[in-house]
Ligand binder design. Sequence first.
Ligand SMILES: C[S@@+](CC[C@H](N)C(=O)[O-])C[C@H]1O[C@@H](n2cnc3c(N)ncnc32)[C@H](O)[C@@H]1O
Length: 424
Amino acid sequence: MPADPARQVALDLITAALARKAGLEGALESGRFAALEPQDRAFARALVMAALRRLAPIDRALAARLEREPPEPVRMILRLGAAQLFYLDTPTYAAVDSSVALADAGKATRGFKALVNAVLRRLARDGAPADEPAALAPAWLYARWRAAYGEADAAAIAAMIAAEPATDVTPRDPADAAALAEALEAEPLPGGSLRRAGRGRIEEWPGFADGRWWVQDAAAAIPARLLHAGPGERVLDLCAAPGGKALQLATAGAAVTALDRSAARLRRLDEALARTGLAAEVVAADAETWADARTFDAVLLDAPCTSSGTFRRNPDVLWTLGPRDIAKLAEVQSRLLDAAAARVGPGGRLVYCVCSLEPEEGEAQARAFLKRRPEFATEAADPATCGAPAASLTPDGWLRLLPHHLAGGMDGFFVARLARAAPR
Ligand SMILES: C[S@@+](CC[C@H](N)C(=O)[O-])C[C@H]1O[C@@H](n2cnc3c(N)ncnc32)[C@H](O)[C@@H]1O
């Protein structure tokens, strides 16, 4: 039996996603994935996602049945085989035979066909491992979440790892939300996002081509709302690409300057602006060295971060992140916060956010910034006015959005609204 193209591409995808290169998102943009038939593409994606969401229990089940470490490509084939057996309802013979065929197709794996066959048959006989929430996350990350949020919240966060997320969209015009909800068969969420079950070809969903909405996680839509930008205000989005938050600011009628250092990512913002008919000044520059003297009424800093809060859509982050990344990004965030502060005019405001669950990138950044910059003070968030769950409000007046704070899940985020004192 020759290896089938969908599984071959799935093997490439999971290997690339875990190799820390461009991550799963980058791998899904590869030519080989795009070249698959739609049905094969859906299967390859579902297979890789199932393996990544349950990587920890799969690896534990494999470790218990392997006498010694197999070469990495063999481990990847076993992971995909186990995911088919346990989570995709693939018949045992198909999961095993196709995995053996995958092994046979690679020079480095050909010698391990018998091992793949034997291990997968044993797994099939023994059945799926239990879905213990704490056991779904890498131990070091779980320990951090427990230290930051306590055992119950850490377990609730980890329980979201296995769940397939719905797709959330933000309507361009709030007055269109009810009609869109009906057309998309979507559920309205607090704050105005709409939630549609499943995925599929988003470009073909009603209203996409007319620019009536864009895809944006329910939590990711909260920071721009918290800025409360008004018509005619000058607003700077300092790390803007691909642009969901800049689009939100533009719908509020603000004069938006959307800056990002990645010209490639800004092209996606240009496309979204053209599709939605919204306007913004788009600037490709480094926020720290941007040669422009302007200050703004309001600044949004959605800083680069570990993205550990996005594991529902990018489960690979759980396995490619390391403690050093947190420290490195925290330094960048601190510098960007200072660059953002310099752009806030007197009496103006700054919303700082990250899609991270790590306190070093959230609470600790806000705290250190307020110490460094006494002219800024927290303006406590009012969860009700920005669609945030009440449970997310911290004693400091910031938002700590945890993935389980919304039924069905949302990205983990930290959001703080800071105001610059007006001159006396
Ligand atoms: C979390 S993403 C922003 C997502 C965006 N706000 C949205 O809603 O779609 C962080 C962005 O920061 C940009 N970035 C990182 N360092 C930067 C810098 N020094 N200056 C400007 N942009 C930077 C990255 O290119 C990336 O697009």
